[in-house]
Design a protein around this ligand. Structure first.
Ligand code: UFG
Length: 324
């Protein structure tokens, strides 16, 4: 099966889970943000989704029966500054991929969407039925791809499962792969950088939100739990399950200050931080209701405590990185 973005953080963990479940993941990745060293569980095809003829060659060569689609730009702040980049890459790239799936009778699609499609909901817990009103181009681009997929399900028979992730964290407990972005923008790796002196301090983006301690609240889910849900979603489609949308989160929210405190406890080190302005495009609180995935897929998060996620991230952070 094809895994777009298989050289990235979540995609590489998905490849490992698929390999362990008996599948052969073929990574399709342009390596713009991914790492060839992260592709350890199947072949790498260096292809950009905007290059449809190249994509067709890969489909012709491997004749995949299913696709997991992770390849996308995913930084909320950057999407506010450069929305065109997000529309071009995330939406047109996905359209090319889905058209190629249809042309090669690859009818099972698992799509990586996001809770950023919901936008701000006055601190409510979000269900799959909550209204989607994204506040940044990243969320808008992902919502558009969801719509394309839903329409192409009807027109071209693309059976799909859409996962709306909350904040993905942690790393492979075996230490083979982990989170590594250049530049890094995500909270937990930045905190770990500040702890071991790779940066002076972490800046808390906004301390005047209407939350219990004034900082943003997010729902963190372990990357291994997340990719387990994807394997379950694939099996759901193989067993003739119909089109579905599932939230994937732990169901518990933590503020930026709470994540900093927990990182300090896990590492037994101080976290240097300063308080700064809000980051444009941020919602105050994003917390999932993931009951549907529990009920229909039997999905249970196993490592999604903050303690586990930071412990696994810290192990990865200390031992390895990709050279690029
Ligand atoms: N934060 C800081 N300082 C930093 C970095 C982040 O205070 O230096 C805060 C952010 O403001 C936010 C929280 O930490 O409140 C988490 O920020 P991240 O950048 O780690 O993650 P985001 O919530 O912005 O976005 C991530 C993924 C998206 C996904 C989203 C879902 O990058 O792809 O989670 O919430 F859609």
């Amino acid at each position: 099966m094809i895994v777009t973005g298989g050289a990235g953080y979540i995609g590489s963990h998905a490849c490992k889970a698929l390999f362990n479940a008996g599948y052969m993941p073929i990574t399709v990745d342009n390596l713009s943000t991914g790492w060839s060293e992260a592709v350890k569980f199947g072949p790498l095809e260096k292809v950009d989704l905007l290059d449809q003829p190249a994509l067709e060659r890969v489909f012709g060569m491997y004749r995949p029966c299913a696709v997991m689609h992770f390849a996308a730009f995913s930084q909320v702040g950057e999407s506010v500054d450069d929305p065109a980049k997000y529309w071009r890459n995330n939406v047109i790239g996905s359209l090319n991929l889905f058209e190629t799936c249809a042309a090669y009778n690859c009818e099972k699609v698992i799509f990586s969407s996001t809770c950023a499609t919901y936008g701000d909901h006055d601190n409510a817990v979000l269900a799959e039925t909550s209204e989607q009103r994204p506040v940044n181009a990243y969320g808008t681009s992902k919502r558009a791809v969801e719509e394309i997929l839903q329409q192409m399900s009807k027109s071209a028979g693309l059976k799909h499962v859409i996962f709306r992730y909350f904040n993905v964290a942690g790393a492979d407990p075996d230490g083979e792969i982990g989170e590594f972005h250049k530049p890094e923008t995500h909270l937990i790796p930045l905190i770990l950088d500040a702890i071991d002196g790779k940066r002076d301090a972490i800046t808390i983006f906004g301390t005047d939100y209407e939350t219990h301690d004034g900082t943003c609240i997010r729902d963190y889910v372990h990357v291994c739990d997340l990719v387990d849900a994807h394997v379950s979603g694939l099996r759901w489609l193989e067993n003739r399950g119909s089109d579905r949308i599932y939230n994937i989160g732990s169901g518990t929210g933590f503020s930026v200050r709470e994540v900093i405190e927990q990182a300090s406890l896990v590492t037994d080190r101080d976290v240097p931080f300063i308080e700064g302005a809000r980051r444009p495009g941020d919602c105050s609180k994003l917390v999932s209701g993931s009951e549907l995935a529990h009920v229909e897929l039997g999905w249970e998060p196993k490592r999604s405590s903050l303690d586990h996620m930071i412990t696994d991230a810290w192990r990865w952070h200390q031992t390895v990185g990709y050279q690029g």
